[in-house]
Design a protein around this ligand. Structure first.
Ligand code: FAD
Length: 382
């Protein structure tokens, strides 16, 4: 079965690796530059993912993790959340007898590891700087702008939030803008940092820290769209200092940028003509709990499991049935947290505050939450 993947981002590249290892010939089409073009940047890029331990184990099994540049990831052991009412709950891997909850990894470093593996394989056609001109879903082939016609049996849309594959298959989307921006900043701190991530909720949106090294971190600050629009670097630096110095002391800003937040979901994850959507093409989620790539990696794992168990069309239906439910649950949970913590109404805030208080007291509940953060609750294994 020839697998055609449109989109060579984290989820598409992971799908290519996993599909090839499952024995399928694979073509991966990416319209952007190859992640292998040029040398890796020396410092950390702003696009960083918190990958939970379950997915780290999967990447290890695929032989990808060993290829990731060691200076571009950091294992983290703890996670803490503070509500708007000042209630704080800490989670630690040791509470479930594990050494770490997951890793912070630079997206580019993980992409380079996957693409370098793919570039060494037979029966992998890896094409960057490539545009699809047209899809013929009925005939299961696509035509590239350079005129090449490529046939396939299974077409995976891993082409992100504005998926051309979804449009070709007339798969509708539902979504909205949160009217918020997420500011990311790489900073070097004077004091040493614990290998732990934390998030604090406040009226205008949460702020958080992802540890990247002993004195290196990614600061995240969510605010209304207008607050981060048309601001100078000095203004950003000033706002970050006011927010973060009480938590981490003095720091030097290396780089910063902000991204709009959008939620979107595909109304179907598959089409009977041998098409499936994976990753952000199927679901773009609020990055609040760092779940986007994690859900995409689980999409890949579930899809390949279904393909190994049953004929193609049944496998695609089974994949959609399972992943749509799981991903929507996660999206609703993110919305509940987003609106609940931001809500002016006492009720949702109180419910979440009481929830945090209860979580801190009840050990088995806390252990379940830690396991969920490590990706052990994804409903299909463990
Ligand atoms: C601020 C922020 C922070 C985040 N933090 C985390 C985190 O900590 N943990 C986490 O799990 N997730 C996080 N996410 C979410 C995560 O970044 C996304 O879920 C993830 O990148 C989606 O990967 P993807 O491969 O599905 O899509 P994308 O990354 O969008 O990749 C799609 C690829 O397809 C290519 N493409 C598009 N159209 C075509 C076409 N027509 N032909 C060929 N190629 C095409 C694009 O060039 C791109 O390379 C965060 C997101 C944001 C915005």
């Amino acid at each position: 079965m020839q697998v055609m993947i449109v989109g060579g981002g984290l989820v598409g590249a992971a799908a290519a690796v996993a599909a090839r290892q499952a024995g399928y010939p694979v073509t991966l089409l990416e319209r952007g530059r190859s992640p292998l073009a040029g040398d890796a940047e020396p410092g950390w890029d702003l696009r960083i993912s918190s990958v939970h331990q379950n997915n780290v184990e999967w990447l290890k099994q695929l032989g990808i993790w060993a290829r990731v540049d060691e200076t571009k990831y950091l294992a983290y052991e703890g996670l803490s959340v503070t509500s708007r009412d000042g209630q704080c709950v800490d989670f630690h891997a040791a509470e479930v007898n594990q050494p770490q909850l997951g890793v912070m990894v630079e997206n580019n470093a993980l992409l380079r590891a996957m693409w370098s593996w793919l570039s060494e394989q037979s029966q992998v056609d890896l094409r960057a700087d490539t545009q699809v001109q047209s899809f013929d879903l009925a005939a299961r082939k696509l035509v590239l702008q350079d005129g090449d016609t490529l046939p396939y049996d299974l077409l995976l849309g891993a082409d992100g939030g504005n998926s051309a594959v979804a449009r070709a298959a007339a798969i509708g989307m539902r979504g909205w803008d949160y009217d918020m921006r997420c500011l990311l900043a790489i900073v070097e701190t004077e004091k040493a940092l614990a290998p732990a991530t934390w998030e604090v909720f406040r009226e205008q949106g949460p702020y958080a820290l992802l540890p990247l090294g002993e004195q290196l971190a990614c600061l995240i600050d969510y605010r209304a769209e207008a607050s981060w629009r048309a601001v100078t670097t000095e203004q950003v630096e000033q706002a970050l200092r006011e927010t973060f110095i009480p938590h981490i002391g003095a720091f030097k800003l290396h780089k910063q940028a902000s991204f709009p937040l959008r939620r979107q979901r595909a109304l179907r994850y598959h089409d009977e003509r041998g098409v499936a959507l994976i990753g952000d093409a199927a679901h773009s989620i609020h990055p609040l709990a760092g779940q986007g790539v994690n859900l995409g990696f689980i999409d890949v794992q579930v899809l390949l499991t279904k393909l190994a168990e049953q004929p193609l069309s049944q496998a695609l239906r089974a994949y959609e049935r399972q992943q749509m439910r799981v991903n929507q649950q996660m999206m609703r949970a993110m919305d509940a947290i987003h609106w609940g913590f931001r809500s002016e109404h006492l009720l949702p805030r109180a419910a979440i505050a009481v929830g945090l208080g209860a979580v801190a007291q009840i050990k088995p509940l806390k252990q379940q939450i830690i396991k969920a953060a490590m990706g052990w609750n994804m409903g299909w294994k463990k």
